[in-house]
Design a protein around this ligand. Structure first.
Ligand code: TYD
Length: 227
């Protein structure tokens, strides 16, 4: 396919949205290559997806298999109507969460196992990201440093499990994954994110690996790499 598909994964609150916005800004800017960039998310990247997202997060209990199928339905529609068409036009698609989130949350944390991956692959007709960036951060150190009550302990254990599961997926396929230490300043994370995206895009014949790498969001700053 002509475009480039990059996905951000990681636990809750690792800063995916901020990094996606910055990367999109950089790649759209003339100095950054002037690419057509689509930023999108799962669940909820389409109108139907918004409704599915509401169904998933409606507050009451959702049976784990129903939840897994709702995520897969959202994904199937999203890929078919939005992501593939954009890639076929040659756009860069930057997405917040994808199949790996289902593998980690539904397959791992909710205990549904490997079938979740197969369902997602079927739903997406095997559309695999060119690059997945795992934003990696230790679950809130502040919380772990003091005595935790039961709910807090469960939350911390869950976060640690999620973190490890994303790291395991990244280790399985190092060519298609980059793990970026997200426990640093937004600007430092952005520099690393941009560098790995540039390199991967250059490998796919899009742009140059020497093109500017962040910080992009502050229009007062010259993009790096410009003389
Ligand atoms: P999201 O709204 O993207 O929140 P965040 O800002 O934390 O990324 O995702 C909401 C939750 O949905 C998040 O806790 C992870 C979960 N999720 C799954 O469990 N399975 C999936 O397939 C996806 C895409 C998300």
């Amino acid at each position: 396919m002509a475009g480039f598909f990059v996905v951000f994964e990681g636990g809750d609150g690792v800063g995916k949205t901020t990094q996606i916005d910055r990367l999109a800004g950089l790649l759209r800017a003339p100095a950054g290559g002037g690419f057509e960039v689509l930023t999108t998310r799962e669940p909820g990247g389409t109108q139907l997806g918004q409704e599915l997202r509401q169904a998933i997060m409606h507050g009451g209990h959702v049976a784990p298999r129903a939840e897994a199928l709702l995520y897969a339905a959202d994904r199937a529609h999203h890929v078919h109507t939005k992501v593939r068409p954009a890639l076929e036009r040659g756009a860069v698609v930057i997405q917040d969460r994808y199949v790996d989130s289902s593998i980690v949350y539904q397959g791992g944390a909710r205990g549904l196992g490997e079938e979740v991956e197969r369902i997602s692959r079927w739903a997406t007709e095997d559309l695999v990201p060119d690059l997945t960036i795992v934003l990696d951060m230790e679950p809130s150190q502040g919380r772990l440093d003091r005595e935790l009550d039961r709910v807090e302990r469960e939350t911390a254990e869950f976060a640690a499990l999620i973190r490890q599961a994303f790291l395991d997926l990244a280790a399985r396929d190092p060519d298609r994954y980059a793990v970026v230490d997200a426990a640093r300043s937004i600007e430092d994370v952005e520099v690393d994110v941009t560098a790995v995206v540039r390199a991967a895009m250059a490998g796919a014949g899009l742009g140059s690996a020497d093109a500017p790498v962040g910080p992009a969001a502050d229009p007062g700053l010259e993009p790096w790499g410009t003389p």
